[in-house]
Design a protein around this ligand. Structure first.
Ligand code: FES
Length: 86
């Protein structure tokens, strides 16, 4: 999953990665904790996909993911749960 890839590549795991900088990020990792270990019982792995083309290539979120996303801080139209994006 996107969340596992972030962990495996030592991407900063606490808090929001800044949107500032000269390169528009494809994904903003908001909060890459994984309190529930990917069992869709939290929203701490919330990510925002900044590239709409990339977002549209992803499989649609399940109803269960959407229910949990509704609880995420700073929800956007291109929010996903990092543990569910493969
Ligand atoms: Fe809990 Fe993703 S780690 S929903």
């Amino acid at each position: 999953s996107m969340l596992e890839a972030a962990h495996e590549n030592d991407i900063e795991l606490e808090g929001k990665i800044s949107e500032r900088g000269c390169i528009q990020p494809t994904v903003i990792i908001y909060w890459t904790s994984r309190a529930c270990e990917g069992s869709l019982a939290c929203s701490t792995c919330h990510v925002i996909v900044m590239d709409v083309e990339y977002y549209n290539k992803l499989e649609d979120p399940t109803d269960e993911e959407n229910d949990m996303l509704d609880l995420a801080f700073g929800l956007t139209e291109t929010s996903r749960l990092g543990c569910q994006v493969i």
